[in-house]
Write a protein that binds this ligand. Sequence first.
Ligand code: ZN
Length: 291
Amino acid sequence: MGDQIVRAISEEGCFKAAAILSTGIVERARQIHKTLPTATAALGRVLTAASMMGNMQKIEDGSLTLQIRGDGPLGTLLAVSDAAGNVRGYVDNPQISLLEKYRGKLDVGAAVGKGTMTVIRDLRMKEPYVGTIDLVSGEIAEDVTNYFARSEQIPTACALGVLVDLDQSVKAAGGYLIQMLPGAPDSVIGRIEEDIRRAGAVTGVLSRGLDAEGLLRAVLPDFSLEILETTPVEYRCYCSRERVTATLISLGRKELREIADEGRDIHIGCQFCDADYVFTPSEIGELLKTI
Ligand code: ZN
């Protein structure tokens, strides 16, 4: 089953919701960054949240960046989503040693530590919208919930889950985001909370092999949902040789001359994917002629 995001609205119009199956995205991130399980879970949660938030933003050509800066061993985590929910990301330290709350339960909060969460919304206007809050727990889902409540005044429920297999590959990943619409009665909020509590951890629901719509319906069995859209999503990087070339040119003549004079190929890796752009000394020489 491929990764996908489903967006829905409750038929009573009290809330909107999105759910995502992101197993492929998180596994791709693991392969690119060679993350060990604790980092796989943390980066996977950040990618999963950013993808839903980018998709829900509904701004054509917009993008959303979710950055977690903690003082824990992982360092900074960052994910960028396009308007559809295709996402890319990285973590400073992908290979920290295993941190568990108890056997089999990765301790993402301890790995992230104390710090801040920043959301940057590029809404295709002059300035992006930037909101920063202190982390509540570093568990990511709780922090996203708190971000929406504090920074955007939207009552939100968010859950994220990454299940890492014994061979360290990603067995399942996904999550959901439920947001109350203005005027929703407290009784509905109470029923949603009750449904969420009963559904239990996302990883448990995901292990039943559901798709994104199935996940959302499993979490909210008490509500009739109108599905608005289902979008396939993937780990997607937008780097290119042209962009890297532009970066090289921006270094300026003097620095490029020095690089060319060293007489060796230079490798420029992308921080988001496994692309490795190689420039030979003669290619650098050609670049020098253009500036
Ligand atoms: Zn790339």
